[in-house]
Design a protein around this ligand. Structure first.
Ligand code: SF4
Length: 222
């Protein structure tokens, strides 16, 4: 099975916006409060509505087109505000949008179980495995979106192994180049933490150590 994998971030004039998809939304007759609740249970219920919503892709695309900066609220298009921020950085880093049609296929009963077993992998490794073992041609950004829609962590930072390495050292060792790349794109500490799925205080420590090391290297080279 082959699926379209890349949706470039088009620079062409945007098509006129249509809100027609809202009439098919699964949440129209629901209590919208739970989509903005602090309670994990309420958010889990709201995510269930999104998962079965026929216009989840349209909702996510439309919501993200209207958001900017740090100001995002509520579960929309099946993602929390932090996940939408991370997805925005995924798009900047990879230069293309997720394939929402392929992501919907991944959360269908046919693929859902397979994807559940991949939650501990990075999105790149999960995409590779889906390609090799399932013949499904999806990219890492799309896989990450599908994991989030299923309610999985879908973090870029792999869960801690057995090694007793301090978290900040591990972050620098495994993700130093990615952190530098994000900072070059003017990502804040908050943005980097969202993208990696890591804790912001740990990311802040890693960023300041990396930037100090880069400064020292430049001074030594001068
Ligand atoms: S994806 Fe979720 S928030 Fe968006 S319209 Fe559907 S149910 Fe409502």
């Amino acid at each position: 099975m082959t699926t379209e994998i890349r949706r470039p971030i088009a620079k062409a004039a945007p098509a006129p916006r249509s809100d027609a998809w809202r009439t098919s939304a699964a949440c129209t007759s629901q209590d919208r409060e739970r989509f903005y609740s602090e309670s994990q249970k309420a958010v889990g219920q709201a995510r269930g509505f999104c998962r079965s919503c026929p216009v989840i892709g349209e909702c996510l695309t439309d919501t993200m087109a209207q958001e900017s900066g740090r100001y995002r609220w509520g579960l929309m298009g099946g993602l929390t505000p932090l996940q939408r921020l991370a997805l925005q950085w995924e798009e900047r880093m990879h230069g293309h949008r997720p394939d929402v049609v392929a992501a919907r296929l991944l959360i269908s009963p046919q693929w859902r179980y397979t994807l559940h077993g991949m939650n501990r992998l990075t999105p790149e490794m999960a995409a590779l495995r889906l390609r090799v073992t399932g013949g499904l041609n999806v990219d890492a950004v799309t896989v990450r979106l599908a994991l989030w829609w299923l309610g999985e962590r879908g973090s870029r930072v792999r869960q801690r192994g057995r090694r007793q390495e301090p978290e900040v050292d591990r972050l620098i060792r495994l993700y130093g180049p990615v952190i530098r790349q994000l900072r070059a794109l003017r990502a804040s500490h908050h943005d980097v933490a969202a993208y990696l799925g890591a804790q912001e205080p740990i990311v802040s420590l890693a960023v300041s150590r990396l930037e100090k090391a880069d400064k020292t290297e430049m001074e030594n080279a001068a």
